[in-house]
Design a protein around this ligand. Structure first.
Ligand SMILES: Cc1cc2nc3c(=O)[nH]c(=O)nc-3n(C[C@H](O)[C@H](O)[C@H](O)COP(=O)(O)O)c2cc1C
Length: 205
């Protein structure tokens, strides 16, 4: 199990590697907010190689029929430093379009400075009945299994806070926050904070 005791930057970067969900991490403190880490699920989904992804802004997935108002919602979320989930038309490397349920969420340093954005991408099957609503229903069911306190902690994680800030916001010891977080990740069935953030937003928490 990955040690989330150290909810350090490197732990976050390496945690996406094992995720089955396409994931990228960008650094908004660099010019044009480039991607600094990507997992193999993202390469499989989009058809791009790692060396074609790292160092670029994620806008390369957009194309001619991408809805500008949905791009604007992502832009707004990054501007406001709030998580956003949109189902936007994107394009793979070979030019084929796909419906991308993309979540973009900020992560803050313990001192409150914006550190990263996490982006996770899920391809929706246009023909299936309510594919995204089935993810929503699943997420709601999982969140229901959490205690009210765990839900509060998950909400804070989804807002991009690390355990130090969460303990301050909720008036708990850091040790207690970390204990809650370990239980939350176990109940969600992930070792990965990016996946937990996605589930919280999908549930509408
Ligand atoms: C971490 C992260 C992941 C993103 N993932 C996607 C994505 O999968 N699809 C997409 O259309 N835009 C995505 N975006 C948004 C684009 O990078 C970009 O901000 C948006 O297209 C606005 O482009 P503009 O800066 O040219 O206005 C992501 C942004 C961030 C920060």
């Amino acid at each position: 199990m990955i040690d989330y005791d150290s909810d350090s930057s490197s732990a976050l970067l390496s945690s996406i590697a094992a995720s089955p969900i396409a994931s990228v991490i960008s650094n908004p403190r660099l010019p044009d907010n480039p991607i600094i880490a990507v997992n193999s699920a993202f390469c499989t989904l989009t058809g791009y190689r790692v060396d074609e992804i790292v160092g670029r802004n994620c806008r390369f997935l957009a194309g001619p029929a991408t809805e500008p108002w949905l791009t604007e919602r992502i832009r707004q979320g990054t501007r406001d430093r709030k998580p956003v989930l949109v189902e936007i038309l994107n394009y793979k490397r070979d030019g084929s379009p796909f419906r991308n349920a993309v979540l973009v969420a900020p992560v803050f340093l313990p001192d409150g400075e914006l550190e990263y954005f996490i982006g996770t991408q899920v391809e929706l099957d246009e023909d299936a009945v309510g594919p995204s609503s089935s993810r929503h229903r699943h997420a709601v069911e999982v969140v229901k299994t959490l205690s009210p306190r765990q839900r509060e902690v998950l909400q804070q994680i989804a807002a991009g806070y690390r355990s130090k800030q969460i303990s301050f916001h909720l008036g708990l010891s850091e040790k207690t926050v970390k204990m809650h977080r370990a239980i939350i990740l176990e109940k969600i069935g992930t070792h990965n904070v990016a996946d937990a953030i996605r589930l919280a937003v999908e549930a509408g928490l």
